[in-house]
Design a protein around this ligand. Structure first.
Ligand code: 5GP
Ligand code: ZN
Length: 114
């Protein structure tokens, strides 16, 4: 989608600090990090949210989850703990309508979220 920020990051039109890539996913650092580790794992194809990516099937969500774990390992937070968040809808704070997993770690994360 030409007007989608994350599709443009996939295409390389908008720069991002890439940390990991796989066939169907891309992981890059969030521009406004909320924790020492704050990486976004996205699908290369455009899906507006988690449910739409789930409907695509074919193991796409498994790949997202596996890549989130690999990001955590690369960042050294897999043992201390990390959080994976998919904001869905505006009241949950979704601002980019291309599915993305936030991978957060490197500090104690509060629960419940604010
Ligand atoms: P959401 O609010 O939709 O759950 O998450 C969108 C995330 O994308 C936010 O955490 C925001 O900081 C991040 N973001 C927005 N624009 C850019 C950008 O141009 N580059 C990068 N790397 N992250 C972005
Ligand atoms: Zn997109």
């Amino acid at each position: 989608m030409a007007d989608c920020l994350f599709c443009q990051i996939v295409a390389g039109v908008i720069p991002a600090t890439r940390v990991l890539e796989s066939d169907r996913t891309l992981a890059f650092r969030d521009i406004n990090p909320q924790a020492p580790t704050h990486v976004l794992v996205i699908t290369r194809e455009h899906y507006p949210n988690l449910a739409a990516a789930a409907q695509a099937g074919g193991g796409l969500l498994d790949e997202l989850a596996s890549q989130a774990q690999r990001v955590a390992e690369a960042e050294g937070v897999d043992e201390s703990g990390y959080r994976v968040v998919f904001n869905t809808g505006s009241q949950a704070g979704q601002t980019v309508w291309h599915v993305h997993a936030h991978v957060l770690g490197g500090r104690a994360l509060g629960w419940p979220p604010g």
